[in-house]
Write a protein that binds this ligand. Structure first.
Ligand code: RTP
Ligand code: MG
Length: 137
């Protein structure tokens, strides 16, 4: 089942020089391809829309601040079961709970600064691809 998903390398990943390392892991998965890629400093309206489900939670405001603190890398990745696969490659939200071998497990310690976002379902992927790459999809 070929799918597309929206991936963001968060500002901590860009600041720490981990773009190549993370993209290398994505490219290494058999048959997955990068269909779009851009270094982009995300603005507040985009982030508020992207994280609307978390509005009102205590971590929402610091999360939006962090995500607006520097450039991210936005990607469209296509391939076999890529939505579930990118979530597995990323690891769970808390990097300390993430297994070594996953991106968050190998490089993260802080829950907020957990390096990467990947769409969590087909519905989220469709919505997020429209938000971040409206001309592409
Ligand atoms: P994402 O949406 O960024 O792909 O991450 P996720 O699904 O694994 O986690 P989610 O629950 O959707 O949370 C979104 C992002 O908010 C930050 N966060 N901070 N307690 C906290 O301080 C806290 N909880 C979540 C993380 O950056 C998380 O990825
Ligand atoms: Mg999420």
């Amino acid at each position: 089942m070929t799918q597309r998903t929206l991936v963001l390398l968060k500002p901590d990943a860009v600041r720490r020089g981990l773009i190549g390392e993370i993209i290398g892991r994505v490219e290494s998965k058999a048959g997955w391809t990068i269909r779009a890629l851009e270094l982009r400093h995300l603005d507040r309206p985009t982030l508020e829309q992207h994280y609307a489900e978390h509005q009102g939670r205590p971590f929402y405001e610091p999360l939006v601040e962090f995500m607006a603190s520097g450039p991210s890398v936005a990607l469209v990745v296509e391939g076999e079961r890529v939505i579930e696969g990118m979530r597995a490659l990323s690891g769970p939200t808390d990097p300390i709970a993430a297994a070594p071998g996953s991106i968050r497990g190998d490089f993260g310690t802080i829950v907020r600064e957990n390096l990467i976002h990947a769409s969590d379902s087909e519905e989220s992927a469709e919505r997020e691809l429209k938000t971040f790459f409206p001309d592409f999809v």
